[in-house]
Every structure is written in structure tokens, then in C-alpha cells.
Design a protein around this ligand. Structure first.
Ligand code: FES
Ligand code: FES
Length: 141
């Protein structure tokens, strides 16, 4: 039987999403990654600021056309990555996000991969813009 309920944490992050990019200041960010969800056609863009001294993420913003689950997943992801190194952030999986959210309804699990995919694209974008092309992994967006 499919699970239909949303956890309180999912509801909280959907109703009060953290770190949405509201201003038109994309140029202030060091890495930008965009991806689409093949299952539903929704889009996600993630913007990161990076401290070049230790390659840690200092800011993570995002925008999406995605659904409630995608919004909650990316909202929580944008909080999780602050202070992480680019390597640590790159390694975050949909499973990690689901754990943090307290799960998602079964038919909404695919929505949780949108934010982390866009984040990896943003990290690769940062590497590309900063002469670290050798660190770019193949993007499966
Ligand atoms: Fe409309 Fe996901 S595309 S709910
Ligand atoms: Fe499209 Fe959830 S249905 S991201």
C-alpha cells in the first residue's frame, strides 16, 4: 500500500521554503546548476556561493517549477549544504534528503532528486569557472 501522508517536516518546508532566490542577483553567485525531472518535466535551478579558501558552500539558493515534494526536498537540502565542502555536498544523495525530511509518499520520491542533481550541476559549474575542470564529474541531468 502506497504511503500518502507528508511528514511534518515536509509540510513545514513546503509552507515555509528556505533559501528561495527572490532577488534578481544571479550574477552574485559562483556556481549555477539547472536540471529537469524526466518523470514530470519540472525544472530546478540551484545557485551557490563558495569560499575559495577552503571550497565550502557559504550560501545556497534555488528556484523551481516543481511540486510540493520538490520544494520541501530542495529547501532542506539548501540548509544541509551550508558549511559543507564541495566534495561533501556533491556526495549528498536523494536518500540523505529523504532521511532528513522524514520520508516522502512513495509516488513522490522522484521529486527529491531534482535539488541534489541541480546542486551537483552548480558545483560542476563552479569548478568549470575556476579552472578546476578536472574535478567535474559527468552530469546526468
Ligand atoms: Fe505537476 Fe509534478 S508536474 S505535480
Ligand atoms: Fe515534478 Fe514532483 S512532480 S518535481
Amino acid at each position: 500500500m502506497a504511503k500518502w501522508t507528508y511528514s511534518d517536516k515536509v509540510k513545514d518546508h513546503f509552507m515555509n521554503p528556505r533559501n528561495i532566490l527572490r532577488e534578481d542577483n544571479e550574477a552574485d553567485f559562483h556556481g549555477i546548476g539547472q536540471t529537469g525531472n524526466i518523470k514530470c518535466g519540472d525544472e530546478m535551478i540551484v545557485y551557490i556561493k563558495v569560499d575559495p579558501a577552503d571550497l565550502t558552500i557559504t550560501e545556497c539558493k534555488w528556484r523551481t517549477y516543481g511540486c510540493a515534494s520538490a520544494i520541501a526536498s530542495t529547501s532542506i537540502l539548501s540548509e544541509m549544504v551550508i558549511g559543507m565542502t564541495l566534495d561533501q555536498a556533491y556526495a549528498i544523495t536523494a536518500k540523505d534528503i529523504l532521511k532528513e525530511l522524514g520520508g516522502l509518499p512513495d509516488n513522490k520520491v522522484h521529486c527529491s532528486v531534482l535539488g541534489d542533481k541541480a546542486l551537483r550541476a552548480a558545483i560542476d559549474d563552479y569548478y568549470g569557472k575556476n579552472g578546476m575542470e578536472d574535478r567535474i564529474k559527468t552530469q546526468s541531468a
